[in-house]
Design a protein around this ligand. Structure first.
Ligand code: FMN
Length: 341
C-alpha cells in the first residue's frame, strides 16, 4: 500500500486516530525515530514547508519523508498564501511518498501571520476559499487542513466551517485556540465538538492533550475521529501507548525517572551532529528539555536553561531523573514555576 492508501485506510477504521503534531525544528526525522521507539502515533506530520514565489520543498524537511524510519504514513504540511506557488509545491510534494498534503492555517508567529500566511489567513476567509479550491483540484491524494478557531475571536469559527466544508477535505485538525491567544489557557474543546458534528470529514482534536485519562474523556465528549498531540508527546513519548492502553481498559505503565533519563539520552544520541560545537549541541537539547521540564518542575527548568556544557547538562538531568519513582510527566501548574521563567 502507498502511504496515502495506508492513511485513507486509517481514516476508515474505527479506532481513534493518534497523530504527532507538526512542530518546527522538533518533528524531524530524528525525533520521529525516537518517538516511534516508544510506540508512537499512527500518523506523522512534517513541520511546514515554506511556500512562496519560486520556493521548492526544503531538503531537510523532505528527509523526514524520503528517509521515514517509522514505516507509518507522513503528511506533508505547507504554509503560504501564493496560490500558484502552493499548487506547484503540492504537485512537487506528491512526487514523494507522502500520505496527504496539509495546509497550515494556524501558525501564530507574527513574522508569519503579518504576511497573511498560517494563522494570518484566518483574517481572509475568501482567500482561504480560493486556496482550498485550487489545492483540492491538484491534490490527488488525501488533502487536509490544520486550523485554529479564528484570528481575534472564537466567534470567527462558525464562518470558517462552511468554507472548509465546500472543499471535500479528507481531514480537518482543529487547534482550539485563536491566533492571538498563542498558547494561553482556554482551549475551546466545545468548538471542536461542534466541528466534529457539523463537518462531513473526520476531525482531529488538538491542544493541550497531556494524559491518557484526559485523552479518553476528550474523545468521548467531543466525538472527534482522533487526537493530534504536540508538546505532550515531547514531554512524554509514552503517551500514545498510554492512550491506547487506556482505551483498551488496561493499566497504564508510567515511566520512572531513569526511563525519562534514558529518553533524554536517546534524544541526545539522535540529535548529535558530528562537528557541531558543544554549546550548540547543548542548545539544541534545550529545545526538548524546555518541554520535558514542564513535567518535572520549575527547579529543573531553571537549572537546565542555564547550562552551557555537556557535563553540566547531564549533571542537571541526573540530579532530577536518576531515581525509580514513577512520573506522570503531566504539565505542572504555572504557579509552581519560579517567577523568573
Ligand atoms: C515548537 C513548536 C513548533 C510548531 N510548529 C508547527 C508547525 O510547523 N506546523 C503547525 O501546524 N503547527 C506547529 N506547531 C503547533 C502544534 O502543531 C500544535 O498545534 C500546538 O502545539 C498545540 O498542540 P499541543 O498542545 O499538543 O502542543 C508548533 C508548536 C510548537 C510547540
Amino acid at each position: 500500500m502507498t502511504p496515502a492508501e495506508t492513511f485513507s485506510a486509517l481514516l476508515q477504521s474505527a479506532a481513534p486516530l493518534l497523530a504527532l503534531a507538526p512542530m518546527q525544528d522538533v518533528t524531524t526525522l530524528q525525533f520521529m525515530r525516537v518517538v516511534d521507539r516508544y510506540g508512537g502515533p499512527e500518523v506523522y506530520w512534517t513541520e511546514y514547508f515554506r511556500v512562496h514565489g519560486d520556493s521548492r520543498p526544503e531538503k531537510w524537511i523532505l528527509e523526514s519523508i524520503t528517509k521515514n524510519p517509522t514505516g507509518k504514513p507522513v503528511i506533508a504540511q505547507m504554509i503560504g498564501n501564493d496560490i500558484p506557488a502552493l499548487v506547484r509545491n503540492a504537485k512537487l510534494l506528491q512526487q514523494f511518498p507522502v500520505a496527504a498534503i496539509d495546509l497550515n492555517l494556524g501558525c501564530p508567529a507574527p513574522i508569519v501571520y503579518r504576511k497573511c500566511a498560517g494563522g494570518g489567513l484566518l483574517r481572509e476567509p475568501q482567500k482561504i476559499d480560493a486556496i482550498l479550491g485550487a489545492l483540492r483540484e491538484v491534490v490527488t491524494i488525501p488533502f487536509t487542513v490544520k486550523t485554529r478557531i479564528g484570528f481575534e475571536s472564537a466567534e470567527e469559527f462558525d464562518a470558517l466551517l462552511p468554507i472548509f466544508a465546500r472543499h471535500a477535505l479528507d481531514l480537518l485538525t482543529v487547534h482550539a485556540r485563536t491566533v492571538k491567544q498563542m498558547y494561553r489557557p482556554g482551549v475551546r474543546y466545545d468548538l471542536i465538538a461542534h466541528a466534529a458534528q457539523a463537518m462531513k470529514c473526520p476531525v482531529l482534536l488538538n491542544g493541550n492533550v497531556f494524559s491518557a485519562g484526559q485523552a479518553k474523556q476528550l474523545l468521548a465528549e467531543t466525538k472527534v475521529r482522533g487526537l493530534m498531540i504536540g508538546r505532550g508527546a515531547i514531554r512524554n513519548p509514552w503517551l500514545f501507548d498510554q492512550i491506547r492502553a487506556q482505551l483498551r481498559g488496561e493499566n497504564i505503565k508510567l515511566p520512572v525517572g531513569r526511563d525519562v533519563l534514558n529518553y533524554v539520552h536517546e534524544l541526545w544520541d539522535n540529535e548529535i551532529t558530528p562537528g557541531v560545537r558543544e554549546s550548540a549541541q547543548v542548545q539544541r537539547m534545550k529545545k526538548f528539555t524546555n518541554f520535558i521540564g514542564e513535567g518535572l518542575g520549575g527547579k529543573f527548568l531553571h537549572d537546565i536553561r542555564r547550562v552551557e556544557t555537556t557535563a553540566d547538562f547531564w549533571r542537571v538531568c541526573e540530579e532530577f531523573l536518576q531515581h525509580d519513582q514513577t512520573m506522570t510527566l503531566e504539565p505542572l501548574p504555572i504557579a509552581k514555576l519560579p517567577s523568573a521563567l
